[in-house]
Write a protein that binds this ligand. Structure first.
Ligand SMILES: NC(=O)c1ccc[n+]([C@@H]2O[C@H](COP(=O)([O-])OP(=O)(O)OC[C@H]3O[C@@H](n4cnc5c(N)ncnc54)[C@H](OP(=O)(O)O)[C@@H]3O)[C@@H](O)[C@H]2O)c1
Length: 336
């Protein structure tokens, strides 16, 4: 089969190769891959900032959807023909994770989905929502599940809340869609006025250009009449986390998700105390959360926003787009 395999760090070492189709062992499921979606994390894996000890060669990409074509002995959760999606934290089933349950991820410690076939233990898969296309379903494991975990599971999202999402990437746009569908007020920040306009069409009420207004927290306070916001999806960290603390309503929650502005932050303690803010780190979600989210999606029929779909031979162009930044998600169609 064809697979995009990373042979060393750097995009120049991501190569389309012929590799053997894997054989299912006990409790394994062989998936014929339909589509994958890219995440910022896939860029970090290629660059070596995600896992400096990455074993090579390693087939890339986490988010995968496809159809079950073969099952190993003892598989009970799936049948041949089922449409399935990979869970990012492949060993995290339910409850608080053990340390090793969040580190075993596709394209990192096990081969990923940017290949014609993917072999996974049945524990690492969920059934796909039926109403989504393959391309849409491929966007759920990282971006959508992380936003859902933060806003719904951890944040108890309601119509009366005000939510702030940073930038217009995969996590933030799905967070915007979830919050808008729940009737919440959404503030979006972006470096691009054009992207902010598109966010408005998805239901964002307040729009802040964080390049033109670097002190975006002051603008967020202004539009909320100094009340602040209930929840923030903190995908930037770095200098941004301190600004988020200044923006939170007393008792509000900051879900620390990403590091787009840096791996370390200075935290202003006084506003943190006054606002009694909860800051919580987030790693995607358990399989149970993924299944719960999919049930809710079947009801709300939210359709994830896809910026561009690339073909399998054009995978490197899809990575270039990831490096430039997308509005929502970038997808690679694997099966023609
Ligand atoms: N903890 C987890 O489980 C988890 C899960 C998913 C993602 N993440 C992390 O979350 C972050 C976002 O991931 P993603 O896949 O959604 O990324 P993405 O789709 O590549 O989105 C990147 C977008 O973020 C915005 N951005 C960049 N720098 C920013 C800054 N300093 N402040 C505010 N916004 C900024 C830009 O939007 P504009 O063009 O609109 O400015 C950019 O296009 C990454 O750090 C990723 O590693 C973590």
């Amino acid at each position: 089969m064809k697979a995009w395999v990373l042979e060393g760090f750097g995009l120049k070492n991501l190569k389309k190769l012929d590799v053997p189709v894997p054989k299912p062992g006990a409790r394994d499921v062989l998936v014929r891959v339909s589509a994958v979606s890219l995440n910022y994390r896939d860029k970090m894996v290629v660059e070596g900032t995600y896992n400096p000890d990455l074993p090579f060669p390693m087939t890339q990409v986490a988010d995968t959807v496809g159809d079950v074509v073969e099952i190993g002995i003892g598989v009970s959760r799936f049948r041949v023909g089922d449409r399935v999606i990979s869970n990012y934290a492949t060993r995290w089933i339910d409850g608080p994770p053990a340390v090793d349950e969040v580190v075993h991820t596709l394209g990192n410690t096990i081969h990923g989905g940017l290949a014609e076939y993917l072999l996974l233990n049945e524990d690492a898969l969920v059934h796909s929502p039926t109403y989504l296309t393959d391309e849409e379903a491929s966007t759920l494991p990282v971006g959508a599940l992380t936003a859902w975990h933060a806003l719904v599971k951890n944040g108890g999202l309601t119509a009366s809340q005000t939510i702030l999402v940073q930038g217009t990437g995969g996590v933030s746009i799905f967070g915007l869609q979830l919050a808008a569908a729940a009737g919440a007020r959404v503030i979006v920040t972006s470096s691009s006025d054009e992207k902010l306009e598109r966010a408005k069409q998805l239901g964002a009420k307040d729009l802040i250009n964080y390049v033109r207004t670097p002190e975006w927290h002051k603008e967020a306070l202004k539009v909320t009449e100094q009340q602040g916001v209930d929840q923030i999806l903190e995908v930037a960290a770095g200098r941004s986390l301190g600004q988020s603390i200044e923006t939170i309503r007393p008792g509000g929650k900051i879900a620390v998700i990403g590091i787009l502005d840096g791996f370390t932050s200075e935290i202003p303690i006084f506003p943190m105390l006054q606002r009694q803010v909860t800051i919580r780190g987030m790693v995607t979600g358990s399989r149970k959360m993924f299944e719960e989210m999919n049930e809710e999606l079947e009801k709300s029929q939210i359709r994830p926003v896809i910026d561009t779909v690339y073909s399998f031979p054009d995978a490197l162009e899809a990575y270039d787009h990831l490096y430039r930044g997308a509005f929502g998600k970038i997808v690679i169609r694997v099966r023609p």
